[in-house]
Design a protein around this ligand. Structure first.
Ligand code: G16
Length: 542
């Protein structure tokens, strides 16, 4: 029997870049998760008669949250729920299940790359029937609903056994527990040249995949070790743990330091990769070679046709504004469209649905294609593997060849984490107030030719988004972008994105920090980072 629970509305349930992310204990408060799920149902016109995919990255509270969501959905007349066994689904696998089963959307539980545990982070987001994150109009409707949410409907029912694959009933709702890996692995096999990759592994090609004790472990083991024949032990930290083994599951040089050390060492495997908490991010490395995410997108765009799923070519490429313009150069040379969107995978959805682009990527270690509507860590790793298998060159050789052909967009992101929010806001406000006066002025001898706050109008549905990052552009095309992260849960994170183009053929193999040094210095001067925040050094550099 459905039962109505009266509550006082929560005032802090505003979704950020990718859903609602908070400390786990915030979500564990009575009624907190329920209120947000009720707001999701409200924003999509109710749950009655609908089917949803439900799953998460296995972090602390994942299992309990799945049970809560199932009870709300069943009590409100949902027809069905497709749940990953154990409540587990990587974000790209959830996106695929939504599309494969043509459901009315899905609820994904994850705080992505943020640490997990009772004292760490938790998150929830809704994905649309196209498999992609809810666009801003829908997340705004959810937020509006939370502000007046005075009741929700649930039911008294015992927990479902999430480990038992098969169908069961919860009230009038059919709950189908599915293998979280199989359909996703089949999709990958349909896109890539598995025989070529198998041959390569059989010939002694070596790889390390660091799953960071997060959700991709079982996916990577099945695909890399079982289906492609990579040596057992290729996948490390392959068992998902509720606290990710205390690791920070963010695949970047700072947090995936174990993999970095191995790949930069004397006994490095041929190829290295890591993924994040929910499996949508990736970092890619060769022996002695780090591939920046912006370069990765450009290399994948230039070589995608080598994989069977993209043999016909790609329609276009999209990147988030702070991502480097490396992919633009490839698109230009190929004569295909290139789009620049705000940060957030949700902004790629319309372009993918409309067939305007095939590949998308972001500097924040996200790459994907139109096979799902999320970024996809293992997909990117497999496309790289496919390219390596066909070209029979090393990662370093492929990178160098790419830079010789297109020039190199030196790129780095400097993060200043856990700044006091009011100080970060004041810094950005001061910067915004100065934007009109900056063009025509010099900083450290560098001439500023343009300064603005990025605004975007979606070319498909005309929706507009303002204030998506402050851009400072110099006369040689170099660029600084300042943004405050929309995914943190503690204070503010200032992201400073730095880029400089080197045409080549000389100067292509410098250390990015050294190549960008004048721009880094100018970035501190222009925004007065130390004066505003007390910080003179970033704590994460990617
Ligand atoms: C999310 C979004 C990405 C975004 C990233 C960083 O990724 O889906 O589109 O680039 O956050 O956003 P921010 O700079 O606002 O922190 P994920 O992997 O956290 O879901």
């Amino acid at each position: 029997m459905p039962k109505l629970i009266k509550i006082t509305p929560f005032e802090d349930q505003k979704p950020g870049t990718s859903g609602l992310r908070k400390k786990t204990r915030v979500f564990m408060q009575p009624h907190y998760l329920e209120a947000f799920v009720q707001a999701i149902f409200h924003a999509i016109g109710g749950a009655a008669g609908k089917t949803f995919v439900i799953g998460g990255d296995g972090r602390f509270y994942n299992d309990r949250a799945v049970q809560i969501i199932l009870r709300l959905a069943a009590a409100q007349g949902a027809r069905g729920a497709i749940v990953g066994q154990g409540g587990i689904l990587s974000t790209p696998a959830a996106s695929h299940l939504i599309r494969l089963n043509e459901t009315d959307g899905g609820i994904i539980l994850s705080a992505s790359h943020n640490p997990g545990g009772e004292d760490e982070d938790f998150g929830i987001k809704f994905n649309m029937p196209n498999g992609g994150p809810a666009p801003e109009a829908v997340t705004e409707a959810m937020f509006a609903a939370t502000k007046t949410m005075t009741q929700y409907t649930t039911m008294d029912a015992p927990d479902i056994d999430l480990r038992a694959i098969g169908s069961t009933q919860l009230g009038g709702m059919t709950v189908q527990i599915v293998d979280p890996v199989a359909d996703y692995a089949n999709l990958m096999e349909s896109l890539f040249d598995f025989p070529a990759m198998r041959t390569r592994f059989a010939a002694g090609f070596t790889m390390r995949f660091d799953a960071m004790c997060a959700v991709t472990g079982p996916y990577a083991r099945e695909i890399l070790e079982n289906r492609l024949g990579a040596a057992p032990g290729t996948v490390t930290h392959g068992t998902p743990l509720p606290d990710f083994g205390g690791m920070h599951p963010d695949p970047n040089p700072t947090w995936a330091h174990e993999l970095m050390t191995e790949m930069m060492g004397d006994a490095a495997p041929d190829f290295g990769a890591a993924s994040d908490g929910d499996g949508d991010r990736n970092m890619v490395l060769g022996a002695g070679a780090y591939v920046s995410p912006s370069d990765s997108l450009a290399v994948l765009a230039a070589n995608a046709h080598l994989a069977p799923g993209y043999a016909k070519g790609i329609a276009g490429v999209a990147r988030s504004m702070p991502t480097s313009a490396a992919a633009d150069r490839v698109a230009h040379a190929m004569g295909i469209a290139c789009y620049e969107t705000p940060t957030g995978w949700k902004f790629f959805g319309n372009l993918l649905d409309a067939g305007r682009v095939t590949l998308c990527g972001e500097e924040s270690f996200g790459t994907g294609s139109d096979h799902v509507r999320e970024k996809d860590g293992l997909w990117a790793v497999l496309l790289w593997l496919n390219i390596l298998a066909v070209r029979k060159q090393s990662v370093a050789e492929i990178l160098l060849d790419h830079w010789h052909r297109y020039g190199r967009n030196y790129y780095s992101r400097h993060d200043f984490e856990a700044i006091e929010t009011d100080k970060a806001d004041a810094m950005i406000a001061t910067l915004r107030a100065r934007l009109a006066a900056l063009p025509g002025t010099k900083v450290d001898g560098l001439m500023i030719v343009a300064a603005d706050d990025f605004a975007y109008t979606d070319p498909v549905d005309g929706s507009a988004s303002q204030k998506q990052g402050v851009r400072i552009i110099f006369d040689d095309g170099s660029r600084i972008v300042y943004r405050l992260s929309g995914t943190g849960t503690e204070g503010a994170t200032l992201r400073v994105y730095l880029e400089r183009y080197q045409p080549g053929p000389d100067g292509l193999q410098r250390d990015p920090q050294e190549a960008l040094a004048p721009i880094i210095h100018a970035a501190h001067q222009i925004a007065q980072i130390h004066a505003h925040t007390g910080r003179s050094q970033p704590n994460v550099i990617t």
